[in-house]
Design a protein around this ligand. Structure first.
Ligand code: TRP
Length: 362
């Protein structure tokens, strides 16, 4: 069986370093590994509209931001198909058929949808489209026969839902769809990078993000203002490393070679952590080191973004071509789905013939 990747992001803002370590970095590695037959990266504008129906302009403006972030990180249109969800109407049709295979109570149990409903204070006024987006996400994944979906931890319930839909579809209509596997980051710190304020999640609405496209000085200011261990008041105090965002970021970004490059006091992160735990290592010093590490990681991304920003029409063209390619693939799957569901009446000459015979005998 072919190895196919599909994944994507909602275009509701620029992408941040949480997106990067949680998924983007991995996608680029997978792309460059050559181990996959096809890679589809989707800008999920239709899904973004499920809770932004009144803000279409926000979604529209952020398509290019996300595309630039993708290209800046190293996603390469020669190797990966970058496309826009709403340009693939086949996805709507698939969703419509999958809706028959999912119960309302099953959707209500989806933990990600549950927490998003709370976060948005929807409670009594949940848009139907938002409530059912896990079904549309199953359409996104299955339309491309994805075997592998690299995502952050919060997307696990969506994958579970997709797998259920696939199993149900195949058992009712015969083997047609492919059951995908999820691919989570293997570094625990990357599963959910906290905000710079120490809150569990980096999120635009909380204003606690470091964006991939933030200028150098802004990144530095954000890092120097980061929340750390509140009980580590004096440099000589013992400090806590666990749950301390500065160290979580180092866990996510730091490589041993950065110690040789920027901090001759330690060989590796474990030594630095030990010193912090013992006392005698100040937050400012750790933050300065983190800033050097992050700048080293972000500089090439920032530089590549600047290059792509010089020719925006070319970026739209990449998305247009990608959407055309993606549409062909989705159309083929939809054809197979219609056939399996026995709704391909006009292609089914046998049906027409047998009905003709039936009526001629009456
Ligand atoms: N739900 C994802 C997010 O919020 C975006 C998304 C839409 C997606 N469809 C997908 C991710 C299919 C993976 C596969 O970021």
């Amino acid at each position: 069986m072919k190895k196919i990747i599909l994944t994507g992001d909602r275009p509701t803002g620029r992408l941040h370093v949480g997106h990067y370590v949680g998924s983007l970095k991995r996608r680029v590695e997978l792309q460059n590994s050559g181990a996959y037959d096809r890679i589809f990266i989707m800008i999920a504008d239709a899904q973004a509209l499920t809770d932004n129906a009144e803000h279409p302009e926000k979604v529209r403006q952020n398509i290019i931001e996300v595309a630039l972030d993708y290209l800046a990180c190293g996603l390469d249109p020669a190797k990966s198909t970058l496309f826009i969800q709403s340009q693939i109407p086949e996805l709507c049709e698939l969703s419509f058929y999958y809706m028959n295979l999912v119960t309302v109570s099953r959707l209500q149990r989806n933990p990600t949808v549950k927490s998003e409903i709370q976060m948005r204070n929807f409670e009594a006024s949940i848009p139907v489209g938002f409530f059912t987006y896990p079904i549309s996400q199953a359409a996104d994944i299955t339309a491309f026969k994805a075997t592998t979906v690299p995502v952050g931890e919060d997307q696990l319930p969506m994958l579970e839902q997709t797998r259920e839909i696939v199993r149900k579809f195949n058992s009712v209509y015969g083997d047609t769809l492919v059951e995908p596997d999820v691919l989570l980051p293997d570094n625990k710190a990357c599963l959910r990078l906290p905000g710079i304020d120490g809150k569990a999640k980096m999120s635009k609405s909380l204003g606690n993000c470091i964006y991939l496209s933030d200028p150098e000085e802004e990144v530095r200011q954000k890092i120097m203002s980061m929340y750390t261990d509140p009980n580590h008041l004096k440099v000589s105090d013992p400090g806590q490393v666990e749950g301390n965002p500065v160290f979580t970021y180092l866990d996510a970004f730091c490589k041993d070679e950065y110690f040789a490059e920027f901090s001759s006091d330690y060989q590796n992160l474990d030594e630095m952590k030990d010193h912090y735990r013992r006392g005698g290592l100040g937050d400012v010093k750790v933050k300065r080191f983190l800033n050097q590490v992050m700048q080293a990681e972000l500089a090439p991304i920032r530089a590549r973004r600047k290059e792509f920003e010089k020719d925006i029409p070319a970026v739209y063209d990449i998305l247009k071509k990608g959407s055309e390619t993606a549409r062909e693939v989705a159309a083929q799957t939809l054809k197979e789905v219609r056939h399996a569901m026995r709704i391909d009446y006009f292609e089914d000459l046998e049906l027409i013939q047998s009905q003709a015979e039936k009526f001629s005998q009456q």
